[in-house]
Design a protein around this ligand. Sequence first.
Ligand code: OXD
Length: 310
Amino acid sequence: MTDIIFYAAGANPEVWLNAFRPALPDATIRVWQEGDHAPADYALVWKPPAAMLRERSGLKAIFNLGAGVDAILQLGDALPAGVPVVRLDDAGMGIQMAEFVTHAVLRYFRRLDAYALQNQAQHWRFLKPFNKPDFSIGVLGLGVLGTRIIDALRHFDFPLHGWSRSPKDLPGVTCHAGPDGLDSFLRASRVLVTILPLTSETENMLNRDHLAKLPRGAYVINVARGAHLVDADLLALIQEEHIAGATLDVFREEPLPAAHPFWQEPRISITPHISALTLRDDSARQIAVKIKALQAGQAISGLVDPLRGY
Ligand code: OXD
């Protein structure tokens, strides 16, 4: 018998368990509660408390129920040594990210953000369209999700740039890599899309120094983590009209506090961390396949490298 413990911050556990039970009919899945130190083979988690995993022996793997693994890795020493952390391989999130980012890019390119502001003021005024060859899109982060976003954007013939930590080669994309490639990437990106994992290296990466390198009139789309962005620096650059607008789906503090100045800036579009939702059935099916593979001693994909941070 396989024993599984489940914890997902802010979620209704029953709905999740209903997705996992048919996918893993031979397993016993229980919702982890404070004080539960009984043995378990696998943990299924989203933003778990340290007490769930600290000093737990016998775990064979920890499965993350979202795209980013930063909340698990932040547990540091509370993570049982040597137990693999496994991320979802897309599981339906890539296409959602691609929809969200494509919408934001086209909204800016076709100036629908500016027309929406004109609507509110009842202004009927033609705005000069942007020139496509000048409207390059830069995707910061070329993992599974970043690549899916690029694939969707390809259909619209924008010049495409990508940045990753180590060199990548994607057809039709000017790829930049590593610290040395960041400058040329930022200077080329009229629209900056951030889909990086949050690590100590990427935290605060969207600061004044870097954002000021974007061309004047740039747009910023952040679908990764709020902690990549230095909020005050973005606001200042928007107020100085260096940055024309931002679409933010993630924030340092979520929900975004009512007093946060982003709410008062009409050039910032805010959504409540919905760019890609974890699809329960797809995730349960994918995790079940991986658990069966591990039981059979086979290799699985999606293993997180704790040193790299993703
Ligand atoms: C995330 C998610 O990692 O929502 O942000 O899956």
